[in-house]
Design a protein around this ligand. Structure first.
Ligand SMILES: NC(=O)c1ccc[n+]([C@@H]2O[C@H](COP(=O)([O-])OP(=O)(O)OC[C@H]3O[C@@H](n4cnc5c(N)ncnc54)[C@H](OP(=O)(O)O)[C@@H]3O)[C@@H](O)[C@H]2O)c1
Length: 313
């Protein structure tokens, strides 16, 4: 049973498969200057969480173990660190926190925003990693304009499902790829054209695209270059941008550079959710105790929208 200074937190004490995730009683974090302590209601489960857990990133970004995974969060403000203004105890907030698979987590005040009235914790939780990535990729990196042709590779996923809706909202002609089971789902998000990548060769079916948002990587990236118009851009979300290939083909490429302060983007995304223009798509919801199953589901690489962990009502 958690006490005033402790909490339940999912942690891993060693890198490995989903079974290394355990629920521990851990110390509640204290908000440092510029940080907010949140009572977590919902945490998002992102592929990067299990990439860290499996140790795939340990050469570049070694973790101090034990480590609590989790970036996406929606919760209520519990305490404010020195110098934080603009938030009050009890405010409903969402954004990017640190170690959000827990009853409490801190976040820099610059990476969270208020949840508008009428928007639930479940709708807000997927908006940082999925929504902010899609926004920065489409608007700040590719400068997508109304009437342009956009191809979203992986239209059903946590990033892709928001990118399809943002592209539609912007007035672009949105083409997206999905497996057969997700074709109608992705169409319902506002895609003008959905390609079942299991039966149709995207290179044969798609052409004259201004912007490719590639959330899959590997072979899918290799099959994305020829669909671009000369001068078009491929934004690589799931891998490193291949500038040599882009130059050889007369197109451009870029990764996604996340700003240190994401609150302005989060506020715009939250307003689009409040107005009904963007509907965050929720895959499966697991209780905190079932983080192992949540990771195993995410690791399949297939599904719809964002997997969530429900921590509190
Ligand atoms: N660079 C960054 O800052 C950044 C930020 C966010 C995410 N990422 C990375 O981007 C990737 C996607 O993230 P996510 O959160 O969207 O993952 P996700 O929620 O797990 O979604 C992955 C989606 O990819 C689709 N997919 C799988 N194979 C496909 C194929 N061959 N063609 C088209 N679609 C395919 C799946 O749909 P079906 O079920 O229909 O196959 C699934 O919905 C991950 O590698 C993640 O680590 C990077």
């Amino acid at each position: 049973m958690a006490t005033e200074t402790s909490m339940r937190a999912v942690r891993f004490h060693e890198y490995g498969p989903p079974s290394v995730l355990v629920v521990d009683e851990a110390e509640r974090p204290d908000p440092k200057a510029g940080e907010v302590l949140m009572r977590v209601h919902v945490a998002g489960v992102n592929p990067v969480d299990w990439k860290f857990r499996a140790g795939y990133l340990k050469e570049y970004l070694p973790l101090t173990l034990p480590h609590t995974p989790g970036l996406d969060v929606a919760g209520t403000v519990e305490a404010l660190g020195d110098g934080v203004t603009g938030f009050a105890i009890g405010d409903r907030v969402f954004g990017r926190g640190v170690g959000t698979y827990a009853e409490f987590a801190v976040a820099p005040a610059t990476t969270i925003a208020r949840i508008p009235e009428g928007v639930s914790f479940e709708q807000a939780a997927p908006l940082h990693v999925g929504g902010e990535t899609a926004w920065v990729a489409l608007f700040d990196t590719a400068h997508l304009e109304p009437g342009q042709r956009l191809l979203v590779q992986g239209g059903a996923g946590g990033v892709g499902s928001i990118a399809v809706q943002l592209g539609h909202w912007k007035g672009a002609y949105v083409i997206a790829t999905a497996s057969a089971a997700n074709v109608e789902f992705v169409r319902s998000l506002g895609a003008d054209d959905v390609i079942d990548y299991t039966s149709v060769n995207v290179e044969d079916a798609v052409h004259d695209v201004d912007v490719v948002l590639d959330t899959v990587g590997g072979e899918v990236t290799a099959q994305s270059w020829s669909v671009l118009k000369p001068g078009g851009i491929l934004v690589a979300v799931a891998g490193m941008p291949d500038t040599e290939t882009a130059a050889a083909r007369g197109v451009r490429t870029s990764g996604v550079g996340h700003p240190a302060e994401t609150r302005p983007v989060l506020e715009q995304l939250a307003q689009l959710v409040a107005s009904g223009d963007v509907k965050p798509q929720i895959g499966q919801i697991f209780p905190l105790e079932n983080a192992r199953q949540a990771h195993a589901a995410s690791e399949t690489g297939h599904g719809r929208g964002r997997i969530l962990l429900k921590v509190a009502d």
